[in-house]
Design a protein around this ligand. Sequence first.
Ligand code: C2E
Ligand code: CA
Ligand code: CA
Ligand code: CA
Length: 277
Amino acid sequence: AKDAGGNRYEVADPDSDARAIDRHSLTTHLPAALERDEFFLEFQPLIRMSDGTVDGAEALVRWAHPVHGRLGPDRFIPLAEHTGLIVPLGRWVLEQAVAQTCTWASGLPLRVNVNLSPRQLHHPDLVPDTIAVLEAAGVEPSALCLEVTESALISADEAELKPLWQLAELGVDIALDDFGTGYSNLANLRKLPATTLKLDRSFTQGLQRHPADPVDVTFVEGIVSLAHALGLAVTVEGVETEHQAGQLRELGCDTAQGWYYARPSSATEFAREWATS
Ligand code: C2E
Ligand code: CA
Ligand code: CA
Ligand code: CA
């Protein structure tokens, strides 16, 4: 609020005014933040639509900023991507996420999804680093899914895709994130190492309405049949209502993620909530 007064900072809530925080100052503090362990992960379950059980978890990074409070990734990932800090930060995320799956022993999925930025994708250490992290934790490659945005993959040439193919050959799953927002040539799908399409939230929103937007229904139906024909699984993002979940299940989507099932939460809370499911 305005009356906080003077030049005092307020502790921000996750969605507070982005403009109030100086991007330059955030950018310069990123390296120290990584050293001081100010980043932390939250986990959101991926739910099998066939039976409602949990199939895995997506790791989502947050920054516990000493002045501004908790910051969401949209506030600092683009800055880290710009400066290159995303490479060590992304490696930290991978390590933490993979280590976390080991502590979730019985009753919980050992599968974890980790987001990769374009800059990580193009870094020469991606393959050796990923293998090293998995080996150090004693985790099978098939327990890891790397999420790469459709736009990052679509613009990549053959040489740039090679590391992902190598990881895919080792058994790491590759998901095409934010699918539907990248204007990709659908025929290109078969040339990508992806095993899963994550259909962007913007395409599942129309299914919240009663009745659902017929254009959105047709779109989802088409994508699901194309994906399945190509041997890809379909995950839907942003499922917020029961109505929407029911329709997406009927349309043949394999896995779902969204507030209807669970918001992202700490590893401890995630385990408490899902270990008994
Ligand atoms: P994303 O990969 O598309 O992740 C899904 C985002 O949707 C997350 O936002 C999640 O909290 C949010 N979400 C989940 N369910 C719902 C729902 O039902 N409704 C709505 N409205 N939103 C939902 P979050 O955590 O703020 O992350 C934003 C983006 O930041 C992510 O989008 C991803 O692109 C990026 N990101 C997060 N963690 C990392 C990371 O470790 N590395 C990289 N490179 N990027 C990351
Ligand atoms: Ca993602
Ligand atoms: Ca996404
Ligand atoms: Ca997104």
